[in-house]
Ligand binder design. Sequence first.
Ligand code: SF4
Length: 148
Amino acid sequence: MITFYSNEPVFKIGEAARQLRVAVPTIRMYEKAGLIIPFRTKTGRRMYSSHDIYYLLMIQDMIRNHKLNLEAIKKLLSIIPCWMIKNCTYKTFHNCSAYNENSIPCWLKGDTACFHSIEECRNCKVYKNCPSILKDPKSLFKFNNSNY
Ligand code: SF4
């Protein structure tokens, strides 16, 4: 089940860090690990939406309360069945790296059938569903059209 938060990037990184009660480098570390894709302004400034804040909270919860490290979270997100969420054809997904290997999340591969740019992945329903998956990993096995 997707929890709806605004995807409007309105918070600077300092404000996001303040809301999460973490240091700014912590958010940068999550980005470096490939978990979070901040919006970038024309000048390259990172901006975050309330959906991003919620996602960051879920990452924090995984680390603090479930003792997962960043690699483990990445591994969990790498098994998202994006081809099911995006209704890819058999021919498409059978030849796609997102289907054929699960070392990293699809948006970090850079060679999936649907990949155009990391900025576009930020708005993809696969990526946007990450907080719900971290909140309820079993939702990975509950995908159907009513999710969206
Ligand atoms: S557009 Fe990006 S996030 Fe969406 S399924 Fe493709 S690679 Fe993954």
